[in-house]
Design a protein around this ligand. Structure first.
Ligand code: ADP
Length: 873
């Protein structure tokens, strides 16, 4: 079906764009037609009416021109891309064209203070290029990676809202990107990713010298960054000028945190997707949104360079000690507006007068902040250098330029005057003089006319339809002079005008219009001058954000009594009285020590379920992460050897993955860790092999321990319910056992978790112990212990990597694992069970304690004992 008229125009424009929706201006409204109208009707609850066009009818939904922004935001934040066609005047009426395409990654109007990254991904010569830009702040980064997993890990740190993959990204990688990253995936002009074209685009934006200094010789990085610029330009948001610098970074400057680990450690949000209860949610005391963005960046991208870490720690230490100065600094920062965002609003031409006032007032904070630092105990800290970094003179001159220009309380529109102060522009001043004298004449008119005519009920006023008029009460209309011309009769009065009043009115209107136009021009010029200093605004903005983030870390450290970690490279991890940074805020936390040294780099952590194993290991990982982010840590003292990465996997039952079996997920995470971790990494394993049969599980856990100990040689914390693994500590030199202490002997009704970590393995099998507590008759419990001991004696496996390779150690298949299969056991290592024992064990396994009465149970156990006695003969 083809359509003519306005709907035809809409459909023609729609076919030009690959956006999901089109909003087309029709006079004072933006309209959606046809399918788009029905769609937005549903999504946004807009009223859908019918539009007849040349014999057909089409659904139509519209929003007033001035109200488009919130609707656009709502659509784009739901992941849709919306093209906007604006109307313009032509000689014969008007025409329309698409002026911009608003997409999740290029939405400038966002009110969400979090960073909003757009990512482009491409592959050149087998390498991945990844570019990331936040158009709302002008931040623009590029890097390269060898594998798609690394690209995904980087993406997780930045959490982009929109990803634009290039044509060279293969289907498998594309699937993983779609699956793993919660972002709108957009196709874009393939040619933009061509390295030659991309390089030209970058050169145009940043100049040759800037490109060289970034050292972008990697074609994949160039292609991704160039394509990103083209994409931003094509969407027409007008922020290219805010993208003042391109920062190439090497992921190896930062702590490796794969996507799973970032999720497991609940850095930004909890497993349930809440920000409360995450690390950031807990330690964030920033007072500006830019500060929060900076803190988020530090926590997701901790550093590896000890010098950088120490410098940050120096600032945090100084701020922690100087409480008064810290409060003063935070109070000053509390008045700051988001300068990076304001820079983007200035360059895109969307900043209004109050935005420029916000720029002025925030620039003015810089010297105030510098003075507060210089006059306090912070004077000798690196903070003094941090606030000195921006060009203070340039900031001051822009600030005073704005101060001299702008009126104190400007209106919300920029087209109707009232924006500037007297003395800013001669032409404007003369217009204002004329305007004021015209207004004075008008203001005095009523009094003069009363005097002249003797009419008492006379007033001069103005409204939209009548313009200026003289209003006279009905009782006195007989006495009006003859030059009064009546324009309206009301119930109690009449309105008049005069030739002179008409002329003055025309003058006022002309002056108002001229003033509006002149002020608008002056404002645009001023805004462009501000836009030209986008880099200055960004530098000052980042400086304030950095100080805010540092002060936030110090505030938390002071309030929670955290300590400065001693960061060494390379070195052990020694934590005295450490706590979990999040759990300690809601629980009466029992502090624990952690000690991972060269000669005991691998801790096997045992203890019953819910005793605190997982918390203990996460606490260790988070202490390392916080230290490398430049933060104090929750401990009495801590020595943190710099690691190159933290890798974690948590219990299979804790995490559900769509589609794949949890055991498959568990194993692919393990595989990733065993491939990626190096000697300098920290690995945290919370149960391995739990998602499969006991034999399988313990075998994998066993072999994993050996591999990490012998081949990788990294620091490792491994919690396991396979109590049997603890025997490995006697044979592998770097493996040590720790366990979570439990109070209560077998006679107690319940076990009390003490939450204290102690040296050595757990001293009992909790499976049998729990059976006992549950009231399983003592003959069964006793016999279970017996069987367990026997099995232990029987199942000896040699520990690889043991000092003497021929040494053997015990591995017993845990009864509590529920996968007891003694016929397999017999096959697997030749242990011989006589048929009588075998049949007893089978029956033992099959007996349902819950469904058997105690008397029956006792009888059966007695019978089993007899049969076993026979078997032994
Ligand atoms: P596990 O990994 O052994 O099953 P978790 O680490 O999940 O146990 O801990 C179980 C519960 O104990 C959690 O609710 C946790 O908050 C609490 N907990 C753990 N360690 C401590 C501690 N040191 N002090 C206080 N509470 C703790």
């Amino acid at each position: 079906m083809t359509a003519d008229g306005i709907v035809g125009e809409f459909l023609a424009l729609k076919s030009e764009t690959d956006a999901d929706l089109l909003a087309m201006q029709c006079g004072d409204f933006y309209e959606f037609f046809a399918e788009d109208a029905e769609f937005v009707g549903d999504e946004l609850d807009l009223k859908v009416s019918e539009k007849s066009s040349h014999g057909s009818t089409y659904p139509m939904a519209g929003v007033p021109v001035d109200d488009l922004t919130p609707y656009l935001k709502a659509l784009v934040e739901r992941g849709y891309r919306v093209a906007v066609a604006d109307q313009y005047e032509t000689e014969d009426g008007h025409a329309r064209e698409i002026t911009r395409v608003v997409t999740p990654g290029t939405l400038l109007e966002t009110t969400d203070p979090a960073a909003q990254f757009l990512a482009t991904i491409t592959v050149v010569d087998g390498r991945y290029g990844l570019a990331l830009a936040d158009v709302t702040t002008g931040e623009f980064l590029v890097t390269t990676a060898d594998a798609v997993a690394d690209v995904l890990a980087e993406c997780h740190r930045f959490d982009p809202v929109e990803v634009v993959p290039g044509p060279t990204v293969d289907a498998d990688a594309l699937d993983r990107i779609r699956e793993d990253i919660d972002a709108t995936v957009t196709d874009h002009d393939e040619s933009a990713f061509a390295p030659g074209r991309a390089k030209r685009t970058l050169r145009e934006q940043f100049g040759e010298a800037a490109l060289d200094s970034v050292g972008l010789d990697d074609r994949a990085g160039v292609a991704a960054a160039g394509a990103l610029l083209t994409y931003v330009e094509e969407t027409g948001v007008g922020v290219l000028d805010a993208m003042t610098r391109l920062q190439a970074y090497d992921p190896s400057d930062h702590l490796n945190l794969d996507a799973t680990t970032q999720r497991n450690l609940e850095l930004i949000e909890t497993m349930h997707g809440d920000s409360e209860g995450s690390l950031l949610g807990t330690v964030d005391h920033t007072v500006t949104s830019a500060g929060r963005r900076r803190l988020r960046e530090w926590l997701t991208r901790p550093r590896r360079d000890r010098a950088v870490i120490d410098r940050r720690l120096d600032s945090v230490a100084a701020l922690t000690e100087a409480a008064l100065a810290r409060d003063r600094v935070r109070e000053i920062l509390g008045d700051a507006y988001d300068l990076e965002r304001l820079a983007a609003r200035a360059t895109s031409g969307s900043a209004d007068a109050s935005d420029l006032l916000a720029v002025r007032d925030t620039l003015a904070l810089l010297p105030t902040l510098a003075d507060a630092i210089d006059d306090s105990r912070l004077a000798d800290s690196p903070l003094a250098a941090i606030v000195d970094r921006p060009d203070r003179e340039a900031a001051e001159s822009l600030q005073s330029e704005l101060d001299e220009a702008l009126a104190d309380d400007p209106p919300g529109t920029v087209t109707e005057g009232g924006l500037f102060q007297r003395g800013y522009d001669d032409e404007l001043d003369s217009l204002l003089d004329q305007y004021e004298s015209a207004r004075e004449w008008l203001d005095g008119l009523a009094a003069r006319e009363k005097d002249r005519t003797g009419i008492t009920h006379l007033q001069v006023d103005r409204n939209k339809t009548d313009g200026y008029y003289i209003q006279v009460g009905k009782s006195e209309t007989d006495g009006v002079p003859e030059e009064y011309r009546e324009i309206k009769t009301l119930k109690n009065s009449r309105r008049y005008t005069t030739a002179e009043l008409d002329e003055r009115e025309r003058e006022v209107l002309r002056l108002e219009e001229a003033r509006g136009e002149l002020e608008y021009d002056l404002f645009c010029e001023l805004r462009e001058r501000v836009a030209a200093r986008a880099d200055l605004l960004q530098t000052v903005g980042r400086t304030l954000a950095t100080v805010d983030a540092l002060a936030s870390l110090a505030t938390h450290a002071a309030s929670q009594d955290w300590c400065r970690p001693s960061v060494v490279e390379p070195g052990p991890l020694v934590v005295e009285a450490g706590r979990h940074p999040v759990v300690e805020t809601t629980t009466d936390f029992v502090p624990n020590d952690v000690e991972l040294r060269d000669d005991r780099g691998f801790l096997l952590v045992t203890g019953p379920n819910m005793s605190g194993k997982s918390t203990y290991m996460r606490q260790a990982a988070l202490i390392v992460l916080l230290a490398q982010a430049g933060s104090f840590v929750p401990a009495r003292s801590a020595t943190v050897g710099v690691v190159d990465g933290i890798y974690t996997r948590v219990g299979a039952l804790d995490e559900l993955a769509g589609g794949r079996s949890t055991f498959m997920v568990e194993m692919s995470e393990l595989s990733n860790i065993l491939h990626s971790a190096t000697e300098d990494s920290l690995v945290v394993l919370d149960e391995v092999g739990r998602g499969t049969a006991t034999y399988d599980g313990i075998s994998i856990a066993w072999a994993t321990t050996e591999y990490i100990h012998n081949e990788i040689g990294c620091k490792c914390l491994f919690a396991t319910h396979y109590h049997e693994l603890t025997a490995l500590a006697d044979h592998l030199p770097r493996v040590a056992n720790v366990h979570v202490a439990v109070a209560g002997d077998g006679d107690d009704e319940d076990i009390t978790f003490l939450r204290t970590i102690e040296e050595g393995p757990t001293n009992r099998s909790y499976g049998v112990h729990v059976a006992e507590l549950a009231g399983v008759p003592s003959p069964v419990v006793d016999r279970s212990r017996d069987v367990l001991d026997r099995l232990r004696e029987d199942r000896a496996i040699e520990a690889r990597g043991a000092e003497s390779e021929t040494e053997t150690t015990q591995a017993v298949f845990d009864l509590s694992g529920g996968e007891f299969g003694e016929s397999d056991a017999a096959e697997s290592d030749g242990g011989e069970l006589d048929p009588a024992t075998e049949s007893v064990l089978t029956e033992l396994e099959e007996t349902s304690v819950a469904e058997t009465s105690p008397v029956d149970l006792m009888a059966r156990v007695r019978e089993w004992q007899e049969r076993l006695g026979e078997g032994e003969k």
